[in-house]
Design a protein around this ligand. Structure first.
Ligand code: AHG
Ligand code: MN
Ligand code: MN
Length: 348
């Protein structure tokens, strides 16, 4: 088995390579770069710092609990969901770098107001993933996906978002956990930065993260076993069996925040699954959103040497057909995802 070499890079942490320095170095290596992408990431980072600040003081500042609203997904909107969404929309629409946005919390494409400058990119995001964990002080995050705009259509058009995952130019997440981290890819590996609150900077802490070929963790909400089809049950049984290719059961870990479950499996090796649930009218295609959850994490996982599928096809090969499309998701170490796919397609 390949060794996971995603260790904390103490050397660069001590030397303090900031995300800005890292982005500028990458820009230098790309002669065609205009600097717009670096500025876009920088704006996202400022938004995430604001969100991180509010998350950290949520228990003190009446920021826990629900707003009383229900979002486009039919889910309760929490106060921090709303804050994170507003912070991202407010900052990013002024950046001059985007021509449209899509948020998990908004039914339609968010257009850039007429009086504001437009840019060449479109941004899809889940402002706060795993927000049901907020009141328990557990890890949550912001997931983002960046595409270049579709040239032939108008700025706010839906076509900018109905794209293949492999067309993303960058994707990543901010994790608000025991520390705040940024993990991102622009197609040149996966890089992790940890926010040093004393200097207010993200410093390179995880250089070129790679996953082992096979993991040791499986993550799934097993309470729904009764609602899965037989093949899905067989997949989960495989990871629990001592007769699997690992020769012993995988260990179960499930936080209930995709971004936190994904991050742990990225670092330690494992597979995260959110299958289709044919009994629940809200989840015939699973629960997770293609554009702001599955596709960005699929881009990251592939860049780290892993894989992601809906059981039939590679997540990055799916062309979105609606803004809030949901997909079943099996994501993690390559050999584990391939095994799940093999069982789901009954090719044993
Ligand atoms: P969100 O908080 O953005 O609505 O996402 C919640 C998602 C995801 O983070 C998590 O993996 C999943 O819901 C958990 O769902 P179950 O409670 O059904 O396991
Ligand atoms: Mn989410
Ligand atoms: Mn969310």
């Amino acid at each position: 088995m390949k060794k996971n070499n995603s260790s904390t890079d103490n050397q660069s942490y001590r030397l303090g390579i900031t995300i800005t320095e890292h982005l500028l170095l990458c820009e230098d290596e790309c002669p065609a770069a205009t600097g717009q992408f670096t500025r876009l990431l920088s704006e996202l980072i400022i938004s995430a710092k604001l969100i991180s600040r509010e998350v950290n003081k949520a228990g003190l500042a009446d920021l826990l609990g629900a707003t009383g609203d229900i979002n486009v997904q039919g889910e309760k909107v929490l106060k921090l969901d709303e804050f994170a969404n507003q912070a991202l929309i407010w900052r990013m629409q002024r950046s001059g770098l985007l021509c449209a946005m899509a948020s998990e919390e908004n039914a339609d494409v968010i257009e850039i107001p007429d009086n504001m400058p437009k840019g060449n990119y479109v941004l899809a995001f889940d402002p706060l993933d795993g927000s049901a964990n907020v009141d328990a002080n557990a890890s949550i995050g912001t997931i983002f996906s960046i595409h270049r705009r579709v040239e032939r259509t108008g700025c706010g058009s839906l076509d900018n978002f109905l794209r293949y995952g492999y067309e993303q130019v960058a994707a990543g997440y901010f994790l608000y956990g025991s520390s705040t981290m940024l993990v991102y890819t622009a197609g040149n590996g996966v890089h992790g930065f940890t926010l040093d609150p004393s200097v207010g900077e993200f410093l390179l802490s995880h250089r070129n993260i790679t996953m082992p070929d096979r993991g040791k963790i499986y993550s799934v909400n097993e309470a729904y076993t009764e609602y899965w089809d037989n093949r899905t049950k067989t997949v989960v049984d495989y990871f629990k069996s001592s007769k699997n290719d690992r020769g012993k059961p995988y260990t179960a870990r499930y936080i209930g925040a995709l971004v936190a479950d994904f991050h742990r499996n990225l670092l330690f090796g494992g597979i995260y699954m959110y299958p289709a649930d044919r009994q629940d009218p809200h989840k015939p295609h699973g629960k997770l959103r293609l554009l702001c959850e599955a596709a960005p994490l699929a881009f990251l996982v592939e860049q780290a040497g892993g894989a992601a599928t809906d059981g039939r096809q590679r997540i990055l090969d799916i062309k979105a057909s609606e803004l809030h499309e949901r997909v079943p998701l099996f994501i993690g170490c390559k050999a584990d995802v391939e095994k799940a796919t093999e069982i789901l397609q009954d090719k044993q």
